[in-house]
Design a protein around this ligand. Structure first.
Ligand code: DAT
Ligand code: MG
Length: 154
C-alpha cells in the first residue's frame, strides 16, 4: 500500500563503515528508532558524484583527501523517511568530530578520527533533497506503508 511521504533524509555508510562491517548495526539503529527505509544500494561512487555531493566544502583544506577517501571503496547510500528525520538523524550520527560525539551516537560509538567518521547524514531538508537527487533516480525510491506507522505516530 502507498503512503503519503513524510520528510526524507539522505544517509550514507562511508567506505570505512562498509569495510568495518557496520552496515547492519547502522541500519538497525534507524529501524529501531522507527524510521522507514525507502531506498538502499551498495555502490562504488564515481568521483564526479562525490565532487557534487561535497561541493560546499570544495575550498576547505581537507577537501581532496575527503574525496579520495570517499572514493576508496564501496559506500551504502540510503534514503530514510519519517517525521523530523533530518534533525533526528543528525542527533543519531553525533558531532562531525568523533571526539565530540556523545556515546550512544553512531560516530560516538564506532569512530575516533574526524576523517574516518563512518557515516554521512544530510544537515537540512534542502541538502537532503539535493543529495537524494545526486545518489538516487526517482524510480529507485520506494513509496510503501509500514504496519508500524500506526504505533510510531499518533
Ligand atoms: P558532517 O559530515 O558532520 O555533515 P561536514 O559536512 O562539515 O560534516 O564535513 C563533511 C565531512 O568532511 C565530515 O564528515 C568529515 C570531513 N571533515 C570535516 N571537517 C574536517 C576536518 N577539519 N578535517 C578532516 N576532515 C573533515
Ligand atoms: Mg555535512
Amino acid at each position: 500500500m502507498e503512503a503519503k511521504p513524510r520528510e526524507r533524509t539522505f544517509i550514507m555508510v562511508k567506505p570505512d563503515g562498509v569495510q568495518r562491517g557496520l552496515i547492519g548495526p547502522i541500519i538497525t539503529r534507524f529501524e529501531n528508532r522507527g524510521f522507514k527505509m525507502v531506498a538502499l544500494k551498495l555502490m562504488s561512487p564515481k568521483k564526479d558524484m562525490l565532487l557534487e555531493h561535497y561541493e560546499d566544502l570544495k575550498d576547505r583544506p581537507f577537501f581532496s583527501e575527503l574525496v579520495t577517501y570517499m572514493h576508496s571503496g564501496p559506500v551504502v547510500p540510503m534514503v530514510w523517511e519519517g517525521e523530523d528525520v533530518v534533525k533526528i538523524s543528525r542527533q543519531m550520527l553525533g558531532a562531525t568530530n568523533p571526539a565530540d560525539s556523545k556515546p550512544g551516537t553512531i560516530r560516538g560509538d564506532f569512530s575516533i578520527d574526524i576523517s574516518r567518521n563512518v557515516i554521512h547524514g544530510s544537515d537540512s531538508v534542502e541538502a537532503a533533497d539535493k543529495e537524494i537527487s545526486i545518489w538516487f533516480a526517482e524510480q529507485e525510491i520506494v513509496n510503501w506503508r509500514s504496519i508500524d506507522e500506526d504505533w510510531i505516530y499518533e
